[in-house]
Design a protein around this ligand. Structure first.
Ligand code: D5M
Ligand code: FE
Ligand code: ZN
Length: 475
């Protein structure tokens, strides 16, 4: 035995690897150390960013006999089997984009949001007459000058020009986004159009939650960007260790039931010009292997929900189907992983979750007053007010013209989770918790040139027993 271990040690050393004491013990105590090491070497050779020191985390996934995590059995028994109900995920249809397809897509967007608006008491209560009108339509244009904001609202009857002149109304109107559906109250003025007197957004109604006993925690993350030179491997590893109950904070870790990942699992390839220069793993298959390698270390009783981001291998238009089954195969092979599309409406413990990557935040943040990339949660609340995942069409967020608009927020969530902007943020609006889960990627060169300052390594966590949201810091 001694000599076997010694030869294993020198074999690894010759290949340029050192063993941490913990890793050494794992090998020593395994049933077949030689076989384990041959598997380890195979695994190391397939990695593009090879470690110098081999830690126990490199070895554990290779041990077929499921190792028990340091969380005790008693603690585990208290968790009941978690179940996820998928209300709606990704799209329904495969589509070819044509002008007709876009026409029916926007018609469905209009009809869905019009019926939400018409269900509002203030919209229903408004009495129209010859002069006073209420118009529900899609915002077709918006022009802002010093003394007024002019918009065009389009509906089945045609296009109406509306002017907002009053100071307070101008302030309200400055938040109007192109292609969203709103209701305007106003007065018709001959030869001019309509003078707007109020603007109503579809908005969400306050969430009333079923008062049932809930326990445990849900952890939110996104934008891991595995494969990128800027992926913060060490910090992400300490996050995984925390989930395994391997650091001092075991209280929350032992009660985690779900991990939700809102896209950008890997950095992908060919996503932006000269990306190769910033990749440490240049093969997309290997990026997903690496991702699955990390996620495989998470205790199996934690359910992992994954949706795609714009860096993942999937159709790039919204609604987005799940990550491709062939490229993402290593993730699909994990027993506790559920692969879903963007957006996903799911139900866990009688709570509705809306999960989206958040690509539209790039379009929404720059046009809404008081919204910045530093506080993405504010723009997420604006999406809830618009009741749409991606209101603005034709900018950075590509939309597939499905006959039904699956991006309408027709189900009001208890928790709205997004990522993408690489800055975490938490808020609450009308009883809905709004969470942006930040990133594990350091500032890239592009982000530096654009003055985008990411806030990586922070993980929002919700306590289901009291709905308190806290953040954990892995920096
Ligand atoms: O996006 C991370 C954030 O940085 C998001 O707000 C977009 C922005 N970003 C990053 N790279 C680019 C390029 N090349 N063009 C425009 N905007 C960019 P992520 O999806 O992780 O790249
Ligand atoms: Fe990202
Ligand atoms: Zn992204």
């Amino acid at each position: 035995m001694e000599s076997t271990l010694r030869s294993i040690y020198s074999t690894l050393l010759n290949l340029g690897y050192q063993l941490s004491p913990e890793a050494f013990n794992l090998i020593k105590e395994s049933e077949n150390p030689e076989y384990l090491v041959s598997e380890l070497i195979k695994r190391l050779e397939s990695m593009e960013n090879k470690p110098i020191i081999i830690e126990r985390t490199h070895i554990e996934p290779l041990i077929t006999k499921k190792i028990s995590s340091p969380i005790s059995l008693e603690q585990k028994k208290e968790k009941y089997l978690p179940s996820i109900k998928i209300l709606r995920s990704g799209g329904k249809y495969s589509v070819e984009s044509s002008p007709e397809a876009f026409r029916s897509y926007f018609l469905d967007r209009f009809n869905k949001l019009k019926s939400i608006l018409n269900s509002r008491a203030d919209v229903r209560a408004y009495n129209s007459n010859n002069k006073k009108v209420k118009i529900i339509g899609i915002v077709a244009s918006k022009k802002e000058t010093k003394d007024k904001i002019a918009i065009e609202l389009e509906n089945e009857k045609g296009i109406t020009k509306i002017l907002f002149k009053d100071k307070e109304l101008k302030k309200k109107a400055s938040r109007i986004m192109l292609d969203e559906v709103i209701c305007v109250f106003g007065t018709i003025i001959e030869n001019i159009g309509v003078i707007g007197e109020d603007i109503i957004w579809p908005d969400i109604t306050p969430r009333i939650r079923q008062n049932i006993k809930r326990e445990g925690y849900i952890v939110f993350t996104s934008d891991i960007h595995i494969g990128s030179k800027f992926f913060m491997r060490q910090q992400f590893e300490s996050f995984i260790k925390w989930l395994r109950g391997e650091n001092d904070e075991k209280e929350i870790a032992s009660k985690v039931k779900y991990l939700i990942i809102a896209g950008d699992i890997v950095d992908g390839i060919g996503i932006y010009p000269n990306q190769e220069e910033e990749l440490i793993i240049k093969d997309i298959y290997k990026q997903y292997e690496e991702a699955a390698y990390y996620l495989s270390m998470i205790p199996e009783d934690i359910k992992i929900i994954i949706i795609p981001g714009n860096h993942d291998a999937c159709r790039q238009t919204l609604p987005t189907p799940p990550i491709y089954k062939d490229i993402g195969a290593p993730l699909y092979s994990l027993k506790n992983v559920v692969m879903l599309g963007d957006p996903s409406f799911i139900e866990i413990e009688n709570l509705v979750f809306l999960i989206t990557h958040g690509r539209s935040l790039d379009d929404v943040i720059p046009v809404i007053p008081n919204c910045t990339f530093k506080e993405p949660q504010k723009a997420m609340i604006e999406l809830l007010k618009s009741r749409h995942i991606a209101p603005i069409y034709g900018e950075k967020t590509p939309i597939a013209p499905e006959p039904e608009d699956m991006l309408v927020i027709d189900i009001i969530p208890d928790i709205f989770h997004a990522g993408h902007v690489h800055v975490w943020g938490i808020s609450e609006y009308q009883g809905t918790f709004v969470i942006n889960s930040g990133t594990w990627q350091k500032q890239t060169k592009y982000q530096q040139s654009m003055g985008i300052e990411p806030a990586p390594g922070i993980v929002p966590v919700i306590d289901l027993s009291n709905f308190k949201i806290t953040t954990l810091n892995f920096l």
